[in-house]
Design a protein around this ligand. Structure first.
Ligand SMILES: *Cc1c(COP(=O)(O)O)cnc(C)c1O
Length: 373
């Protein structure tokens, strides 16, 4: 039986038990250990753990201090989290189309949507493949926009050696159960050094309690707007052992990725399907393996064939501009054609560290039988 997500991990159970013994106050042994890993080897020097990536996105948008009417550009082919964050922070989300090669924000399309009111871009690194960062940084510099990286899927992924999530002014990670490193629910906010004090205060109900706990002041007080947005200590404990063995986890996932690539190469050459592209300079973490088909009918045939063999295969986002909420924001279905095409033709295949290359070969074989007729 091939499952879509990995099963039980003994070291996670062990860490959670140990955490229960040590005590449940947040910011304890495990939260500090996770933060230290990010600040060191994982290359995100300024980082706070949060209850989810969505919470981190909301914090980022709040810390941008959007004014009513301020616009934030983001891809329509996306989970609703960033769009909700923009709206909750009082801004207006503006949907842009994607590059069909990577399903990431099309920088030329985003550039066309910049107006006098544009303040920021929230870019998603889909499947942990980096956006075109040179073009994106160039656009943000030219138009004086802040960059928020929705790096939910991109923990430990890189662009030319730099950690994704730690490149823009803000970066947001997810440790949701569907992600490579999971605390069930969980996230983190990365930020530029200049935002450190404000981020810390916002996360702790608008107080300087964190500085007080570090012994920097005799008490703490309410300074401004904030939330209670710390990660619990138990989720941090669940996360820690996975991050410690992250290289092994990623290596195993990439073995599955390469096995899919090999098995699908011939069909790709014949134009039957297009396996996911990983452009030069992108270091991925194996979060997703997807293929795109020539038509929705082909995709549905492949999906049905896999499901009938008990192999889970999933489509992905309904573009936000096609959703009921997107429609209510004034979008028409044909506004963003590449996002719509991705919705119709993309299929995700199972990939995780408990699968072997033989599993990938089996899945690919069933898929090819359905398509190549
Ligand atoms: C998973 C995901 C989120 C949401 O993460 P949560 O931790 O569940 O809030 C946001 N954006 C993208 C691109 C995601 O994949």
């Amino acid at each position: 039986m091939i499952s879509f997500y990995p099963g039980q991990q003994p070291d996670v159970a062990e860490a959670v038990k140990d955490c229960a013994r040590r005590g449940l106050f947040s910011g304890g042994h495990y939260a500090r250990a996770v933060e230290k890993l990010f600040q060191g080897e994982l290359g995100a020097r300024n980082l706070l753990l949060t209850p989810s990536c969505t919470a981190a996105l909301i914090m980022a948008c709040r810390l941008l201090r959007l004014e009513p009417g301020d616009e934030v550009i983001l891809p329509s082919y996306n989970f609703p989290a960033a769009a909700n964050a923009v709206l909750l922070a009082g801004g207006t989300p503006v949907f842009a189309d994607i590059d069909p090669r990577t399903q990431n924000l099309s920088v030329p399309d985003a550039a066309q949507r910049v107006t006098k009111r544009t303040r920021a871009i929230v870019a998603v690194h889909y499947a942990s493949v980096a956006c075109d960062m040179d073009a994106l940084n160039g656009l943000c510099a030219r138009e004086k926009l802040d960059l928020v990286e929705d790096a939910a899927q991109a923990v430990a992924a890189t662009y030319r050696g730099r950690s994704l999530g730690a490149i823009g002014r803000f970066g947001c990670y997810s440790f949701h159960a569907t992600k490579v490193f999971s605390s069930g629910e969980g996230g983190a906010l990365c930020f530029a050094k200049g935002d450190a004090a404000a981020a810390e205060v916002y996360r702790d109900n608008g107080t300087d309690r964190e500085a007080f706990l570090r012994g920097e002041s005799p008490g703490y007080s309410w300074r401004g707007l904030g939330e209670s947005a710390r990660m619990g200590e138990l989720p941090a404990a669940a996360l820690y052992p996975q991050l410690v063995r992250r290289e092994e986890i990623i290596k195993r996932r990439l073995n599955v990725h390469r096995a899919y690539d090999r098995a699908l190469l011939h069909a790709a050459r014949r134009g039957l399907l297009t396996p996911m592209a990983v452009p030069e300079g992108c270091g991925i973490n194996g979060h997703i393996y997807y293929v795109r088909f020539r038509s929705e009918a082909d995709r549905e045939r492949a999906r049905a064939a896999l499901l009938s063999e008990g192999i889970p295969a999933l489509t992905h986002y309904v573009p936000l501009h096609l959703s009921p909420m997107g429609k209510s924001l004034g979008y028409e279905p044909d506004d963003l054609p590449e996002s719509k095409r991705a919705c119709e033709t993309l299929l995700r295949l199972p990939i995780h560290e408990q699968m072997g290359e033989d599993d990938a070969a089996l899945v690919a074989d069933k898929l090819l039988k359905a398509v190549d007729r």
